[in-house]
Design a protein around this ligand. Structure first.
Ligand SMILES: Cc1cc2nc3c(=O)[nH]c(=O)nc-3n(C[C@H](O)[C@H](O)[C@H](O)COP(=O)(O)OP(=O)(O)OC[C@H]3O[C@@H](n4cnc5c(N)ncnc54)[C@H](O)[C@@H]3O)c2cc1C
Length: 559
């Protein structure tokens, strides 16, 4: 069947309220991913039974109509009772394999041109805690939708969350993937932006977008007043305590806020420095010194490389578990390039289309689409992997061979995009101890679980970060953190992403079990794309539109 014909029939079935006919137009195991347009949620329905259940609950409220196919690629537009949407469909034979529906704007509440005169928000409807790229992108969208929002950021300057990271850090994702909403980077911007330039860009962006962005304002505590249905958010602004009373609270406090620091026996005796990667400032101070880096993900590789380049006497990486490694230029060619590159732009794939294309792939299907890419990567860069194997580095392509993107969604860590450190490992400039960990530390030495000993002036624990619901525990309460449960991950039942399968990122950008509490964040692409859906959900509530959330995900894990 042709997409246009399918869409006409499908639209007709929905308008008639014929749920069985609509669901029957999908493959028995077909997918419908909805971003807010039908479900007021981020929800992937898998198989006809789930599609039917969703339509039984959501169709009457959504009142979808005007489905119009836009091109041969399967893009279409549609209306609901309250908004306008964009969708995408993939057919196999006469049935739909994957359908995406997304809300793009609310009728009567479209984004407005800035008058340039708006007074700073004093009674915010939304308080966003955390002004990294996530908080900033969301605030920019809310500004355009005329939703009073204040961003409270504990740092002195917007962009400091990047500036304060180790000196050598450059973005690992290419510039075409990294744009903020509305205001793309200029054409000459480096493909892999150095972290301080990223910080400056964010600071400039917050300013020119006219955001109500309060620097030097830590949020100390927040609580939800059930009776008034308002949050009480205690902040300290430039040293002065202040209480804000918004209806909604967004935690955009980052996935990298709670360093996981291992307890190492004897650490108190160590005469050198032990630090987490989040507080490591860079290699300059360690010229001529012996350095041990625990961990083998992105930070560990970057830090080792920088220590070598700054003249450390010896740098040893301790690898505890297998790590995905892929060359940046190969990923550019095979993974990002088709959607996010100069060539993609030349083929007419705008950032918006690229983002929606990524969104159109159900998370269940993603691994099977990624596996062939990583098979090619393995063949193309056979020399790299042979070199890594030779020095004993344990590389992997993921438990199911689905690579970096899938692993990022599952646990947000466990990979390295090669920009030089893997070569240093192969050349021996970075020494490697693999399949071991640190058992204990003496005054000047680190003892490994295989009985070996390393001299050390510096130990960096590049051991990652804890779940974002720790923010809810520390800023709100343990009770609310438990009510909300784990944040991030899909329930893939792989390491650090326990099942059951939930099919969407837990608690991200969607209603949580705690009324009026939201989580926002992720990489630059996610911050850009999903801030739209979160902003629309907040706007609809502010305008008292009849929002009916379909399927609030039950909590399976507390952290
Ligand atoms: C080493 C490293 C490299 C990375 N490289 C990339 C990359 O190449 N590309 C990419 O897209 N992503 C990358 N990421 C991941 C992610 O995109 C970044 O971590 C990014 O900074 C996330 O943005 P965010 O706004 O969600 O969180 P953050 O940038 O962490 O911002 C959170 C903000 O919340 C503030 N905050 C926290 N608590 C409070 C409080 N109580 N009150 C007020 N403010 C508070 C913090 O000060 C901070 O500014 C990397 C992460 C790390 C750690």
């Amino acid at each position: 069947m042709k997409p246009a014909e399918w869409l006409v029939k499908f639209g007709g079935a929905l308008e008639r309220g014929d749920i069985n006919a609509a669901a029957g137009m999908f493959e028995p195991e077909g997918f419908w991913r909805d971003l807010v347009s039908f479900t007021w949620n981020l929800k992937t329905c898998e198989g006809r039974a789930e599609i039917k259940a969703m339509l039984a609950a959501a169709l009457a409220g959504a009142q979808p109509r005007n489905f119009v196919l836009k091109d041969a690629e399967g893009w279409f537009t549609f209306d609901t009772a309250l908004g306008r949407g964009i969708g995408h469909l993939r057919l196999r034979g006469k049935h739909c394999w994957t359908l995406l529906t997304t809300l793009q704007e609310l009728k009567g509440f479209e984004e407005k041109r800035d008058t340039g005169l708006a007074a700073p928000a004093r009674e915010p409807y939304v308080v966003i805690v955390g002004g990294g790229q996530g908080g900033i992108a969301l605030a920019a969208r809310l500004k355009r939708l005329n939703v009073p929002a204040i961003v409270v950021e504990q740092n002195e300057r917007a962009g400091d969350s990047w500036r304060k990271r180790y000196k050598s850090l450059c973005l690992h994702d290419p510039v075409w993937y990294d744009h903020m909403p509305y205001l793309p980077f200029p054409e000459h911007w480096p493909v892999f932006s150095p972290k301080d330039r990223m910080g400056d860009w964010l600071e400039m962006y917050a300013k020119v977008m006219g955001l109500d962005y309060w620097t030097s304002t830590p949020c100390i505590k927040a609580g939800f007043d059930q009776e008034k249905q308002l949050w009480e958010v205690n902040v300290v602004r430039n040293g002065q305590p202040l209480t804000l009373r918004p209806t909604h609270l967004v935690l955009a406090t980052g996935m990298s806020g709670f360093p996981s620091m291992p307890r190492i026996s004897g650490a108190e005796k160590f005469e050198g420095t032990i630090e987490h990667s989040s507080t490591h400032k860079g290699g300059e101070a360690w010229k001529g010194k012996h350095c041990v880096v625990l961990g083998s993900g992105t930070s560990a590789h970057d830090i080792c490389q920088d220590l070598v380049e700054r003249g450390a006497a010896q740098v040893t990486m301790i690898q505890r578990a297998p790590t995905i490694v892929a060359k940046s230029e190969t990923l550019m060619d095979l993974a990002w390039g088709p959607l996010y590159s100069e060539q993609a732009l030349a083929r007419g794939i705008s950032t918006e289309i690229a983002d929606l294309t990524v969104a159109s792939i159900p998370f269940r299907v993603l691994p099977q689409l990624q596996q062939p890419i990583y098979k090619t990567i393995r063949e193309r860069d056979a020399e790299l992997y042979a070199g890594l194997e030779k020095v004993g580095f344990q590389y992997t392509f993921g438990e199911d061979g689905s690579g970096i993107h899938a692993l990022y969604l599952r646990r947000g860590a466990g990979y390295y995009i090669e920009t030089g450190a893997a070569k240093m490992l192969i050349d021996g400039a970075i020494r490697l101890r693999s399949g071991v960990t640190i058992d204990w530390i003496n005054e000047r030495t680190v003892h490994l679980s295989d009985g070996n000993e390393l001299p050390a002036d510096l130990v960096v624990c590049a051991t990652g970060y804890g779940s974002m619901n720790q923010w809810a525990a520390s800023l709100i309460s343990g009770e609310v953190a438990n009510r909300v449960g784990r944040v991030w991950g899909l329930g893939s039942d792989t390491r650090q992403d326990p099942g059951p399968w939930v099919g969407e990122l837990r608690n991200m950008w969607k209603p949580t079990q705690q009324p009026n509490l939201w989580f926002h964040g992720g990489n630059l692409m996610q911050s850009r794309h999903y801030s739209l859906y979160l902003a629309l959900q907040l706007k609809a509530r502010m305008e008292s539109l009849p929002v009916s959330v379909y399927y609030l995900e039950p909590v399976h894990h507390l952290s």
